[in-house]
Design a protein around this ligand. Structure first.
Ligand code: HEC
Length: 211
């Protein structure tokens, strides 16, 4: 295992060298990570993982495009990914994206579900606070994503804005290809009802997000 990793990091260093040379010769060209190197690295990292976990680390077409292009897609590739991810968004059949903000608050705070230590029947959360500020009262939050405090208030609680938020949470890459935000609906990490509840947490005037 150790030897394999050393060999891999050597390959990555060689790859990085090649990348900088090509970047100098064609300034516009986006550098690429060699797919075989990426595959070997992922395989080595998750060696011995269960089949469930192996399934989860298998990249779909979009993830592969982002990995291989180091999240810097060409305009054509960007449009292709955007169209594909947009097409994946499934809105509620009745068109209503509002649920219960109190439930949404719990989902936003819950980082469980899908972890090694979680029993299989664990109801997972959205872990939104790991990356976003939401309510002013919460002191502990991550900053990888922008603050969502007063999200609905700033958008005047508009229905079309709530629908846009539903799509964003369902599949963040339907708005921004190669986003670091998980695609909660697409991956079934959150159910339709859970996404509605989280949208309400963002958009209900009574929600602490808007106070
Ligand atoms: C791993 C980090 C991460 C998690 C977890 C995460 N997000 Fe995000 N989110 C981001 C990043 C990064 C952005 C900015 C880039 C983008 O728009 O995709 C973002 C953007 C957004 C936006 C758009 C903000 C705007 O500019 O209008 C919304 C809405 C949002 N997130 C809601 C949520 C909700 C709700 C949850 C929980 C269900 C959540 N996010 C979980 C990282 C995350």
């Amino acid at each position: 295992m150790k030897i394999a990793l050393i060999a891999l990091s050597a390959a990555l260093v060689v790859g990085a060298g090649a990348v900088s040379i090509s970047a100098v010769s064609t300034a516009q060209q986006v550098s690429k990570a060699a797919p075989a190197v990426v595959d070997a690295y992922v395989e080595a990292t998750f060696k011995g993982a269960s089949d469930t976990w192996k399934g989860r680390i298998k990249q779909d077409e979009t993830q592969r495009a982002c990995s291989e292009n180091k999240n810097e897609l060409s305009t054509a590739e960007f449009q292709k990914v955007l169209a594909r991810e947009k097409a994946s968004v499934v809105f509620p059949a009745d068109g209503k994206v509002i649920g219960n903000w109190k439930e949404g608050a719990k989902i936003a705070q819950n980082g469980r579900g899908g972890q090694f230590s979680d029993p299989p029947d664990t109801v997972g959360g959205g872990n939104c606070y790991a990356c976003h500020q939401l309510s002013k009262a919460e002191l502990s939050f991550g900053t990888m994503g922008p603050s969502l405090n007063e999200y609905g208030k700033i958008r005047r609680f508009r229905e079309d804005e709530a629908k846009a938020a539903y799509a964003k949470i369902y599949n963040a890459q339907s708005v921004m290809p190669c986003s670091n935000m998980p695609r909660f609906g697409l991956t079934k990490a959150l159910s339709e009802q859970q996404i509605k509840d989280v949208v309400s947490y963002l958009f209900d005037p009574e929600s602490p997000v808007n106070k």
